[in-house]
Structure formats: C-alpha cells, structure tokens
Design a protein around this ligand. Sequence first.
Ligand code: GLY
Length: 541
Amino acid sequence: MAARAAVATTDRYASEVGFRVLRRGGNAVDAAVASAFALAVVNPEAGNLGGGGFLVVRRPAGSLLALDFRSQAPGAAYRAMYTRPGVERSEASLLGHLSAAVPGSVAGLWEAHRKLGSTAWSELVEPAVRLARGFRVRERFARSFPAGIVEGLRRFPHSASVFLPERSGGRPARPRTGRLFCQPELARTLERIRNRGADGFYRGETARYIVEEMRSGGGIITHADLESYTSVWREPVCSRYGSHSVVSVPPSSSGGITLALSFQIAAALGLAREEWHGAGHIHLLAETWRRAYADRNHHLGDPAFVEVPVHGLVDPGYARDRARTIAREAATPSAEVGPGNPAATGGRHTTHLSVIDPAGGAASLTTTLNTWYGSKLTVPGAGFLLNNEMDDFTVEPGTPNSFGLVQGEANAIAPGKRMLSMMTPTIVLNPSGGLHMVVGTPGGATIVTTVFQIISNVLDHGMTLAEAVVAPRVHHQHLPDRIAYEPGGLRRRAREALGALGHRLHEEEESWGDVQAIAVLPDGSLRAVSDPRRGGTALGF
Ligand code: GLY
C-alpha cells in the first residue's frame, strides 16, 4: 500500500533501486531505467543488457507514448539461416552465437531517459554498477537455474565461469543463497554505459568484445549492426473495454493488438457476465484467444517490413465478426479457425516492471533475452549474456517455436527486421482518462492472456489487484489446440464441462507469469503487487 508512488519488479534489489530514485524525486521513467539496469545484474536470466524490450509511458499530463527497443536481426541474417543443410535447427536459433539478435535494451533505456528522464543518467546506472561488483544471492536468483539451464550455461566456458561459480560433483554449479555474487566484467561494462551512455555499449570497448566473440564463435553481429541500431517511438495501441481504456505496445510486439482484439471479442460476447472460472467463462476465454492468436500468428510482423492491419484488427466491428463464429455450446477446433480478414485500414522468460510516480506519471516496461539466460552465451570481457531472440522469428513456417507458437510469413527472417514479440507492457485508464492500472508480465506466449486475466479479474469480476494476480490462470494460443491451466488451477466440475464442450485440457507442471502491477484506488492511493509465484517485490511510499 502506498500513498503516492510505487514500483514493482521481479527482484527485491531492483525494486529498492527504483524506490530510491522515486524517493529522491525522480520520475517514473527514471525509476524504470534504474530498475531495468539493476535487473540486468540481479535478474540475469531475463533482465539484460544483451536483449530488448518495450516501454509504455503515461506522462503526468496524460499523454501516452510507446518505445520499441526490440532486438533485431543482424544485417547478414537471412530467411533460411536455420533450415539450411548442416544446421541443427532445434539448437541454432536458441543456443549460442547464431541465436543472438542485435540487442536493443541499452539504446531503449538511453532514449527513454533522453526524452523523458529528469534525473542524471549516471545516477540511474550507478546502482547497477554497485550491484555488479557484488550482491548477496537471494532465493529467487538461486532458483533460476533448473537443470536444463545449467547444462546450457556449461556449454560456454565463460558463461559457466560467471554464472556457475560453485562446484558440484567436480562441475561448475549454480550460485548458493547467501553467497556474494560478483560480476566484475559486467560492472566495467556498466561503468562505460554510465559514462558514455548508449555509446558505451554500441561503440568502443564493449562493441569490440561483442564482435570479437561473434567472429570467434561463428556469429554474425557486426560493428555496423551495433552502430546502426536505434529504438523507435511508436503510437501506442489504445482500445476501449467497457468504460476503461487499455493502452499497450504496437508491433514489433504482437502484445497490444492481441490484447486489444481479445478485449473487443470478449466485450462482444459479454464475457463479464460469466461466473469467474465457471466452464462458460473458460470456454469463452479459450475461444476468444484461439481467434486472437490465429490473427496474431498470421497478420503481425515488423511494420518496417510488412503491412500490419493495426486498425482493422482492433476495430470493434471486426471483433464482432470474429465473436459471431464462436458457439456457446461447443469448442471450435483450431484446425477450423484460420486468421480473419480485417480491413487493411491501417519466454515465461522475460521480466517486467511497473512504476507510478507522485505526479501521476507511469511506466510499464517489459524486457527480455527470450528464454532464460538467452543464448547462454556470455560476452567475454563484457560480462553479459546475449539474447536468443532469433527464435521468435518464423524459423520454419508451420513449425512451433520454443513457446509453441506456429507463425507465418509476416514474421519471416530478414536483415534488420525485428522478430515479433508477445511482450505486453500495459496501462489501463479509468473512464475519465486517469491512471487506473499499470501491469505486465513475462511468460512468452502466455503474456497476453495473463495480462488479459489480470485486467478482466479486476474490471469484470471485482477482484482486488492482489486477488487478481494470485488467481489461477488459464491459457489458449490457437495451437496447440488445448486449454492450459496452472497446477490445480481449474475445478473438476469446470474441467468436465469443458471436456463435454470438446476442449482438450492440459494441466501444466508449473505455474507461469511473474506479474508486476500497480493500481490506483478511487481515493488516489496505490496498491502495488508483485506476483508471489516467483518472488519479486513491490515497494512504495
Ligand atoms: N521473447 C519473448 C517475446 O518477446 O515475446
């Protein structure tokens, strides 16, 4: 609970950094930038210098902005780079040098600060420098090393030396809770960024380390790729849901459009009238998302390369047409649900943070390396992990990516193109245009459905923000054709009724998402919630 300002991130250290920036009078963007740099140190499985992301901002006077700092394909990338003979398709787009795209994070944070920041840049990076010199390992970080991740990191000696500092059975092993975890190379990289801004990353010593590693390991990122990378300010995607407005990011993320289309279909179906987590509610959610994801997978890609029918897809009339294809008494097999025809008018592995400042400014920022610890490749000399974002492209039409998404032509690989993301940093406005909620989550393909459920739980089902975040989640993404639910998260009666409607159900082994959200209550006070599923922290004053 907070009176004026709050920050929620996936890690306590990072939340404390943002909190102190706000306390000293920094605005929401300052706090978001400082927390994001801190996450690159203390949440290295997802927080990053070597990845990319998206930011949505509401300025205190009400204007809304979206910044795209998505990673992008190197200039030497080409369509069949993972399907040509001799390439191990299942690995090349996910592990090591060739899986890495040109990072966008530092450019994005630099640009967000240049345009909207009010605190000196060096003050925002300095806390991350200090954390990189050493922080005590807490449970959340120690738990970010499942066996498959440790195996991946062991494939790269430099990654093992940085992230697996202990020994187990004579082999490098994960950090232990309570130990001091030091990243001296990363500290020096952050010092260069602190002193020189984005040039401290994209030019000079840091860039040389990246390019040298690419050359020695068969990667393709060049100095020209790094020097030419820029983040892009874009028009946010705004849609109505009841009397509220939902504001999120446009392509190169699919998040905002898929979320907006889902809300429009839900509104046409009268989803809010259904009993929460009754069979009718889950059925309509699944049918809504089945269609929204079919559209996402077919129509969306980097707008610099493909014509994206943004306005058509979020048009309520189009959503009503999509809703008319939904039967209340039976599931529609995904095989029978193709993309619609909108008018052409127009990684459970990521990390999110939300901030509201005392002046009513808000920042919603999602950033990613793609899967945990990205490519597993740490740049020697520079001490940070590179992403494996290339796997978010349509590597092979008809073949699922690591999130099971089966994508289309619009998202094919091309030099300089941004791979389609699911990231959905979102801001919800109340009927008079004031701030109501800041929300986002990691979770790969589940990001949109998770953000949808948080907002719908609050607006449609009267839950408090904490109840909305804690509530069990369901998910459908067109293919695979099934309703996924969190362990124990769906009552037997609902499961039986959904089976009778023709749905396939799949209980996941683990819960998903790591929602960081803040709500403004009618009296103006704040409630900030960090998802209990993984162990982040919300702070405020
Ligand atoms: N790599 C996860 C996403 O961008 O959706």
